[in-house]
Design a protein around this ligand. Structure first.
Ligand code: ADP
Ligand code: MG
Length: 202
């Protein structure tokens, strides 16, 4: 929901912002990955926090990709990543980055979905993101992760498993109400929080 409230000054998030900046950027070296998953009830301020952190990390020189999941199941695989790339494409001025973004977007259109196509697609998208980053830290910011599609879920795990010399971090927000019951993300989060570089913040 956009409105005047979103331009009102951010209140009382200094500590959380600092924690997020460290976990997603300052504490990471080349080739390292990190992730923070924010969980919280609807309206508590998750989207706003993502926006503020994304802006701060952009100012540090990171390439920040921001997208949101939709409540459409697996109807549009990797939707938030595509959306994020299109947004970056609209903002970017540097020709080299623009070319890299267009190349990844083309992968989405070309790749025939099939049983063994999924692994190849993830690999090509990951390689594409590497080019988009162009040596800079890459931050993937995903809102409404409670609706994440299967491919995006796989991509997150794939990317966090490490990509050589790419410094990559993922910041995602999840509506807490949706995590109750047998949500597929719960299993993923249980796996991920075993990793030292992954934090789940309520
Ligand atoms: N720390 C904050 N200071 C000021 N306004 C905030 C803060 N956090 C959230 N808001 C405002 O409260 C409203 C709801 O926040 P939002 O980020 O959309 O919640 P959520 O994504 O958790 O549902 C928005 O208008 C947002 O701008
Ligand atoms: Mg929100």
């Amino acid at each position: 929901m956009a409105g005047d409230l979103d331009t009102a000054p951010l209140v009382g998030r200094t500590g959380t912002m600092a924690t997020l900046r460290s976990a997603l950027h300052d504490d990471l070296g080349p080739g390292q990955t990190g992730a923070v998953f924010l969980t919280g009830e609807s309206g508590v301020g998750k989207t706003r926090l993502l926006t503020e952190v994304a802006e701060q990390l952009r100012q540090t020189g990171a390439v920040v990709l921001t997208g949101a999941c939709l409540d459409i199941g697996d109807a549009s695989p990797l939707h938030p990543v595509r959306q994020a790339l299109r947004r970056l494409d609209a903002e970017q001025a540097e020709a080299r980055t623009t070319a890299a973004i267009r190349a990844v977007l083309q992968v989405f259109d070309e790749e025939a979905p099939g049983p063994d196509g999924a692994g190849a697609l993830l690999e090509r998208v990951a390689q594409g993101l590497h080019l988009v980053a162009g040596g800079r830290p890459l931050v993937l910011v995903l809102d409404d992760l409670q609706w994440v599609d299967r491919s995006t879920r796989q991509l997150i795990l794939y990317l966090l498993a490490g990509l050589g010399d790419l410094q990559l971090s993922v910041l995602a927000a999840i509506r807490a109400e949706s995590l109750r019951g047998a949500h597929p993300l719960r299993r993923v989060l249980t796996e991920l929080r075993r990793l030292r570089s992954v934090r789940v913040i309520d």
